[in-house]
Design a protein around this ligand. Structure first.
Ligand code: DAH
Length: 368
């Protein structure tokens, strides 16, 4: 397809190219002003289109360049010079503007992405301790101040530590009430933290004072007051000349520090294979101060009795001391075990201990 012959002379055509470019470029640059990055990006797109139109293969400039070969030889040098000048002018104008726009765009991006390092940080949402942990820590603090070490030990145990060494031989009825979860090769999940009495004495020998909080497991069907996993806190004090009086004094001091100086204790005879004599400790109810009544109603935590059961205890059985290589002629001691869920449920008047293990934040958030 041949292009229509222009009636203008080649130089006039070249000048026309110059003028057309100047006009269009003028319209574009009129709108240029230090603006937002987005405006500069739009202008840059317009500039690219303009370059395509004004300098591309089908542009008037390209057509004029083709004329160079066709003008009379004596005019060619001068005409060629003119076209080159015009092309250089156009290219310079376009590239200067392009550089300016690109700089504007990148300055705007830097501004947009600037980080204010002086801005105060956002405080992360902070959780808090589980009610059982809070209670455990309170108890630990009390016993540490009475000279006790905190022991921690394994949850998977052998029969020997869970039963035999605690004076509960094979076939003893106490084993039945502490049925637990067994693995295939003679191990089981401990059913009581009393295992730590043995472990601690083996490790430390006598004299010693330790407490051991930890998880224990039993084959119980979950209900309001039972879960197959729960927490106990074991205590053991073995020294020369320890008597029942020391046990009573220690328990009394413990509940007074935990529930207040008015709290009293009572000791009821009971039976545990690893202590002799054995007893269960009660303390006067922290809600009704042992009266059994609260605002004329029967007090709930103590069910109107005025007393709340604290846990089991007793004087360490000589067989247990012997099993750990401690001479019962030289040393004597007392031991006790508390159930943490029960205490926690009473303290916070929870009607279902299963709440403690459901990890529902609506429940957990209430204990700060
Ligand atoms: N281990 C006992 C249980 O799980 C609790 C206990 C009773 C621990 C008397 C003791 C103790 O240390 O002296 O029922």
């Amino acid at each position: 397809m041949s292009e229509p012959e222009s009636s203008l002379s080649p130089s006039a055509q070249a000048e026309q190219v110059r003028a057309d470019f100047a006009a269009e470029f003028g319209r574009l640059t009129e709108t240029l002003a230090p603006g937002t990055g987005e405006a500069a990006e739009a202008q840059l797109r317009a500039l690219v289109e303009l370059r395509q139109r004004q300098t591309g293969k089908k542009s008037a400039l390209a057509a004029v360049k083709k004329l160079i070969g066709r003008v009379a030889p004596e005019e060619r040098a001068q005409f060629g010079q003119l076209v080159k000048e015009i092309e250089a002018e156009i290219t310079r104008a376009l590239s200067e503007t392009e550089t300016a726009l690109t700089e504007q765009i990148s300055a705007a991006r830097i501004e947009r992405e600037r980080i204010d390092v002086t801005q105060p940080g956002r405080r992360p949402r902070q959780g808090h301790l589980h009610p059982l942990t809070l209670l455990r820590q309170k108890i630990e603090d009390i016993f540490v101040s009475l000279g006790y070490h905190i022991e921690d030990d394994r949850e998977i145990e052998t029969d020997y530590y869970n039963f035999d060494a605690l004076n509960i031989p094979e076939g003893h009825p106490a084993r039945a009430s502490q049925d637990t979860f067994y693995t295939t090769d003679g191990f089981a999940l401990r059913s009581q933290t009393s295992t730590i009495q043995i472990r601690a004495m083996e490790r430390r020998g006598a004299p010693l004072r330790v407490i051991a909080p930890g998880r224990v497991f039993r084959r119980d069907t979950p209900d309001l007051t039972h879960t197959p996993m729960f927490h106990q806190l074991e205590g053991l004090c073995v020294e020369r000349g320890i008597t029942l009086e020391h046990l009573k004094g220690t328990m009394g001091e413990f509940v007074r520090r935990l529930f207040g100086p008015q709290t009293k204790t009572r000791f009821r005879p009971s039976y545990f294979p690893f202590t002799e004599p054995s007893g269960e400790f009660d303390y006067t109810c922290f809600k009704c101060d042992g009266t059994g009544f609260l605002n004329g109603d029967r007090c709930r935590p103590c069910k109107g009795s005025g007393w709340i059961e604290l846990g089991g205890s007793g004087m360490v059985h000589p067989n247990v001391l012997r099993a750990c290589g401690v001479d019962p002629e030289e040393f004597s001691g007392f031991a006790f075990g508390l159930g943490l869920e029960r205490m926690c449920a009473l303290l916070y008047t929870l009607d279902d201990i299963r709440h403690m293990f459901e990890n529902d934040v609506r429940f957990l958030e209430q204990f700060n």
